[in-house]
Design a protein around this ligand. Structure first.
Ligand code: UDP
Length: 454
C-alpha cells in the first residue's frame, strides 16, 4: 500500500550500466511507495529519462564531472571504475552541498551502488547516513571480501599448486580458490585493489542486497559476519517493484508474437546480457549446435556483441538462412516477458545476477556460459548447488551445444532441473509476499531508514 509521502529524501546513486541501474531504480520505486521522496544522481551516460513514465515524482540530478561510457572500452572495466570514482568524487560532493542548501531538504540516507564508492567522501563530510546497495549475489560479495584480503603475488604463486587451486573457500562450498572472480589474472593486483575499495564500507551503516535468503543462506551469514553491519536481502526487487528494467535499449516485442506460434517449453532463449561479447567462431559453433538440436531458438544479438563481425547480416549466407528458418533474432528482448512465456523451455545465459533471478522467478532452467569472473561463480551455484542448469566450460563446439540443448529440453535430466527451478520459483515468490523473508527485510530496512537521523 502506498504511504503518504514525507519530505524525507533518499538519494540514490546507481552505476548506470543495465545490470546495476535496473535493481537500483526498482529499489527506488519500492521506497517511493513506502513514502520517501527519491532523488537520483546519475553520471553522464545511460541516464534514465526524467520523463520516464515509470518514475513519476522522482527528481534526477546529473553529476557534472563524470566519464563517458566509451572509456569502458578504452580503459577496461577495472581502470574505468577507478577513474569514474576519482573523477566523480569532488563533483558529487558539490552537488550534495547544493542540494542541502535548498530549503526543506532532509536527506534521510544516501544509498549508493557498491562500485560508486566515491559517495563515501560526501557522506563523511556532511555526516549523512549511508547504505550500500549490492546488485550482485551475496556469494559474489563474500568472494570480494576473500579477495580483498589476499596478496596478489602470493596468490599467483599459490595458484600454480593444483592442491591450492582446488581447495574449497571456507563457507563457500563448492567454490574453489581457482573459481574466485578475478577477471583475468593479468590485472590481479588492480583487481584486488578494487575489491578492497568495494568491500570498504566506510561510514555506511547497512548493506542492501538484491538476493533472497533461501538461495544464499550460508553466504549471507558469512557476509553479515564479515561486514559487521545489518544486511538486508530484499530481492528479487523486480517482483516487489512490479518493474522490468528500466531498459536502456529499445525492446523488440515482435519476438512475443513469434513465441506465440511455438510449442510449449520448446524454445531456447539466448541472451548474454548487456556487456558480454563473443568471438565469431564461438557464435558459429553455437548456431550449428542449435540447428543440429532441432529446437527453435530466440537469440538476442546486441549490436557489437559478436567480435569481428558487424552482426548477423555479415555472417555466411548458409548460417543466416539457417538462423532465420529455425530461430528468431532480436537486438534486445523484453527478457522478463520472454522468460515467462509458456513456449520457453530453457535459457542459455551468460549468468549475470539479474538474469539468474529473472529465470528462477519464471521457473526456467539454464544452460550457463559465463564470460567474466562473477558470472562463473553464479554458474557454479546454478549447476552444483541449486541444480537448475548445465555449465558449459572450455571451448564451445557444436556437438557440446547440441548435447546440452537436448539434455535440457528433451531429457529427464532437464525435466528434473525444471522441477527444481519451479520449486525455487515458488520459494522466491513466497519470500516477497507478506511475512516472507525478503518482505520482512524490506520492512526492516524502511523502519531503519525512517529512524536514522531523526
Ligand atoms: N535484458 C533485457 N533484454 C535483453 C537482454 C537483457 O531486458 O535482450 C536485461 C535482463 O532482463 C537483465 C539485464 O538486462 O535485467 C542484464 O543484467 P545481468 O545482471 O543479467 O547481466 P549484465 O548485463 O549486467 O552482464
Amino acid at each position: 500500500m502506498e504511504r503518504m509521502e514525507s519530505n524525507r529524501m533518499i538519494v540514490l546513486v546507481p552505476l548506470t550500466l543495465q545490470g546495476h541501474i535496473s535493481p537500483m531504480m526498482q529499489l527506488g520505486k519500492v521506497l517511493k511507495l513506502k513514502g520517501f521522496s527519491i532523488t537520483v544522481f546519475q553520471g553522464q551516460f545511460n541516464q534514465v529519462s526524467p520523463s520516464s513514465q515509470h518514475f513519476p515524482g522522482f527528481q534526477f540530478v546529473t553529476i557534472p564531472e563524470s566519464l563517458p561510457e566509451s572509456e569502458i572500452e578504452t580503459l577496461g572495466p577495472i581502470e574505468f571504475l577507478f577513474k569514474l570514482n576519482k573523477t566523480s568524487e569532488a563533483s558529487f560532493k558539490d552537488s550534495i552541498a547544493q542540494l542541502l542548501l535548498q530549503q526543506g531538504n532532509d536527506i534521510a540516507c544516501i544509498i549508493y551502488d557498491e562500485f560508486m564508492y566515491f559517495c563515501g567522501a560526501a557522506v563523511e563530510e556532511f555526516k549523512l547516513p549511508s547504505v550500500i546497495f549490492s546488485t550482485t549475489s551475496a556469494t559474489h560479495k563474500v568472494c570480494y571480501s576473500v579477495l580483498s584480503k589476499l596478496n596478489a603475488k602470493k596468490f599467483l604463486v599459490d595458484m600454480e599448486d593444483p592442491e591450492l587451486q582446488n581447495k574449497v573457500v571456507e563457507n563457500l562450498h563448492p567454490l574453489r580458490y581457482k573459481d574466485l572472480p578475478t577477471w583475468g589474472f593479468e590485472h590481479l593486483e588492480r583487481m584486488l585493489e578494487l575489491c578492497r575499495e568495494v568491500v570498504n564500507k566506510r561510514t555506511a551503516s547497512a548493506v542492501i542486497i538484491n538476493t533472497v535468503s533461501c538461495l544464499e543462506n550460508l553466504s549471507l551469514s558469512r557476509l553479515q559476519q564479515d561486514l559487521g553491519v545489518p544486511v538486508y536481502p530484499s530481492g528479487p526487487l523486480h517482483i516487489t517493484a512490479s518493474l522490468a528494467g528500466p531498459s536502456l535499449m529499445e525492446e523488440d516485442k515482435s519476438c512475443i508474437e513469434w513465441l506465440n506460434n511455438q510449442k510449449p517449453r520448446s524454445v531456447i532463449y539466448i541472451s548474454l546480457g548487456s556487456l558480454a561479447r563473443m568471438e565469431t567462431k564461438e557464435m558459429l559453433e553455437m548456431a550449428w549446435g542449435l540447428s543440429n538440436s532441432n529446437q527453435p531458438f530466440l537469440w538476442v544479438i546486441r549490436p557489437g556483441s559478436i567480435l569481428g563481425s558487424d552482426g548477423i547480416e555479415s555472417l555466411p549466407e548458409e548460417i543466416s538462412k539457417m538462423m532465420s528458418e529455425r530461430g528468431y533474432i532480436v537486438k534486445w528482448a523484453p527478457q522478463i516477458e520472454v522468460l515467462g512465456h509458456p513456449a520457453v523451455g530453457g535459457f542459455w545465459s551468460h549468468c549475470g545476477w539479474n538474469s539468474i533471478l529473472e529465470s528462477i522467478v519464471e521457473g526456467v532452467p539454464m544452460i550457463c556460459r559465463p564470460f567474466s569472473g562473477e558470472q562463473k561463480v553464479n554458474a557454479i551455484y546454478i549447476e552444483s548447488v541449486w541444480r537448475i542448469g548445465i555449465l558449459l566450460q572450455g571451448e564451445v563446439e557444436r556437438g557440446g551445444v547440441e548435447r546440452a540443448v537436448k539434455r535440457l529440453i528433451m531429457d529427464d535430466e532437464g525435466a528434473g532441473m525444471r522441477e527444481k527451478a519451479i520449486g525455487l520459483k515458488e520459494k522466491l515468490k513466497a519470500s516477497v509476499r507478506s511475512g516472507g523473508a525478503s518482505y520482512n527485510a524490506l520492512d526492516e530496512l524502511v523502519n531503519y531508514l525512517e529512524t536514522e537521523r531523526k
